[in-house]
Ligand binder design. Sequence first.
Ligand SMILES: [Zn+2]
Length: 547
Amino acid sequence: MTSDFDLGVEGGLLVTSRGRRRANIYVRDGTIAAITNERQPAREVVSAVDLLVMPGMVDAHVHLMDPGAPEREDFPTGTAAAARAGVTSIVEHSHITPVRTDDRLKEKIDYVGKRARIDYALAAHAWPGDVEAAVEVWRAGAAFVKAFTCRTHGIPAHDAAELHRLFAGLEEVDGVCLVHCEDESLTAEAERVLHLAGRSDGAIVFEWRNRDAELLATSTTALMAQRTGARVVIAHASNPEIAAIAHQHRSAGARLWVETCPQYFMLFEHEAIDWGALRKFTPPARARTDADLAQMWRCLAEGQFDIVSSDHAPSTIEQKQESIWEAHFGLPGLDTTICVLLDAAHRGLISYERVAEVYSERPGEALRFVPQQRPTRAGIGRRPGPGGSPGPLDRRRRGHHLQGGLVSVFGSRDARSRGRHVLERQPGGLGRAGGRRAGRRQVPAGCRSLAAPWQVMERAGKPIGELEKLNGVVLIMEGDSVTFQHAAGMAERSSVMRCTQDTRFQLASVSKQFTAAAILMLVERGVLSVAIRSIAGSRAVHQPGER
Ligand SMILES: [Zn+2]
């Protein structure tokens, strides 16, 4: 009992939704076997002094396009990227090769089994009018069944009646449904009008996939969830009004969860005008002001959003350079979501406890990977779970998530699943995942805009929040392309105005050189030759030989 722990993670600050405390974690047979204040003998010890130790993150909404379009993303690179970010479990579904039957689910498990480097679960797609297949694929072990309320990525839409039938069917087997909420008639009409006007600018993204379409479909979905009693997750809520609708129906008894994604906390609606398809994801960014972003963080801090997922859906840069109508929807985010959340915690926008809750514990609960009863002992349960190598998550093996020795140690970036390394930080380089290089075959489009800042700062060894100690704007260019830009700190402390990319700065004494150069250019042109002294004053500009 005392001498056979396989692994000790010692001296770290354990963070779960229920608080933080300094403690040592000991793992045996891939399972967390003890959490104590005392040191215990272990065959391998990882020092976590000065580091946060958090549960392995669970990203419940990930598209790896494998099989189907591996040039966009596949299981080996996608799960390596996840491991690098401390994400030890993902739930994957791809619209390119939708899983609609239990046979297809089994085929896909066989196919991805050897390709995944971390734990995974697979979700399935519901097709309008085929409730039976949705129920069967849930019974076969799908993590959830995904339904659309408007035609997207080639998947047909459920109207209100079809949603009602689907939810009623899933409720009978206590299934979970993830719903993409955008109203078919409102988006179809907006699309028709935009095409008629011959529009192909970036603004079509948010005019087509408009705010009302999302609100209306959310209302319908929440009402049907309330009427049927089914377990429903509202996917990728883009703004606080979505959470308010869900709250209203939850108060009336609906079993609803609201998922949101980092892009709605980082990006502005108008960016689609300049960035085009690099900002084409749906629902699109809704924030128009810094105050809108601040409100999103407040909502997350206060519990109005339940789950954060990446909705990871990369494209190649060439695919994102197609016309705005043709380019794929989606952004990468599997390797950056945790950075956005930890940075927000660093800046005090949310707590570290909340990060563990929304990106690990709540998704685990909603999808029933963890016991419904709250775990004990600093939030990490001690009941044994199954060990072994990474494999499919399954509700029949529920409980292994927090119990299973899934630990991320931030700072060292040492992520382990079931006690085994899924990532080891290499000095001066990228991490290694599952024993193989955790590099991507290519940089996914959107990295420059959303992901790159975090990666840049991480390479510099600092969270981006450190930049808050600087008041100013940073712009780094390589050739003609901007590789990094960030505005930090206050432009005007008294009025609490934050710096933006457009903030104008007083150049102080630096400006004198510009004034002098401008005057001398005018002297060269003969415009100011005589008037210099009277304009600039004798003390500022001296003639040669003058004292
Ligand atoms: Zn998605």
